[in-house]
Design a binder for this molecule. Structure first.
Ligand code: GLP
Length: 248
């Protein structure tokens, strides 16, 4: 696992976006794995600016999002469908048929999970997966304790995850209690992974990730075994790692 330390959120976003743009230019039919949350917003901003200024084309790009809340319709402003549309898709020339986000409204959630996993396989997997990390080490919505073998599945969200995401809703009560997420196996099969980490809230997660064991109780730890995973972390996120005696 390679670590690139950058100064701040802006630099993290720029570095990640530049990397993605290069990949898209060299492989126009790239299959991207996309993340939501606060972390990738700056990256998406850069991609949009670049698309407007330099015309980088997404016409042949396919995307698969990591996850979606159960019970939120596409037009709910807090659905990840809305998030992706508002923060990226409507600003670039990606074709809607090539964007994929699991549906949290399917009556048969098991079938939805299987279909999503199959679709990823039909596309021969994800070329470049963008990830954020939860403060408890979750990736996608794979909470601590999830099997490393898990494929796309339904999860009960940890209370800490619901509390962390309540900032996007009117109240904690409105945050769904379940989600569909790509599994850890699904994510791990990506040919390349870019994990973005910024800010104080992620300091403990970084300590655990960089100094702890590979364990299902800290899902992101599996990335240490991935052949092509890179972390771009900012100074604030790395502060605890540097203070941590294990790392001196
Ligand atoms: C969310 C998402 C994850 C995201 C993580 C961190 O709940 N499901 O994909 O990476 O938690 O979120 P943030 O970037 O807002 O800190």
């Amino acid at each position: 696992m390679k670590i690139i330390e950058v100064k701040n959120y802006q630099e993290m976003s720029q570095r990640a976006a530049e990397y993605m743009i290069e990949k898209i230019k060299s492989t126009p039919n790239l299959t991207l794995g996309l993340a939501t949350g606060g972390t990738p917003l700056g990256v998406y901003q850069h991609l949009i600016e670049d698309h407007k200024q330099n015309g980088t084309s997404y016409a042949e790009v396919t995307s698969f999002n990591l996850d979606e809340y159960i019970g939120l319709a596409k037009d709910n402003p807090n659905s990840y469908y809305s998030y992706m549309y508002e923060n990226l898709f409507k600003h670039i020339n990606i074709s809607p048929e090539r964007t994929h986000i699991p549906s949290g409204m399917n009556k048969d959630l098991q079938a939805e999970c299987e279909e999503y996993e199959n679709k990823i396989e039909q596309h021969l997997g994800i070329d470049l997966q963008i990830l954020g990390i939860g403060s408890n080490g979750h990736i996608g919505f794979n909470e601590p304790g999830t099997s490393f073998q898990a494929k796309t599945h339904v999860v009960d969200l940890a209370q800490s995850t619901r509390e962390a995401n309540a900032r996007f809703f009117n109240s904690l009560d409105e945050v769904p209690t379940q989600a569909i997420t790509m599994g850890i196996q699904t994510i791990f099969k990506s040919k390349e992974i870019l994990l973005l980490v910024s800010g104080k809230a992620k300091q403990n997660a970084m300590i655990q990730l960089l100094t702890g064991d590979v364990t299902e109780s800290f899902p992101a730890s599996i990335l240490k075994q991935h052949p092509n995973a890179t972390i771009i972390a900012d100074e604030e996120a790395m502060l605890g790692v540097k203070d941590n005696s294990l790392f001196k």
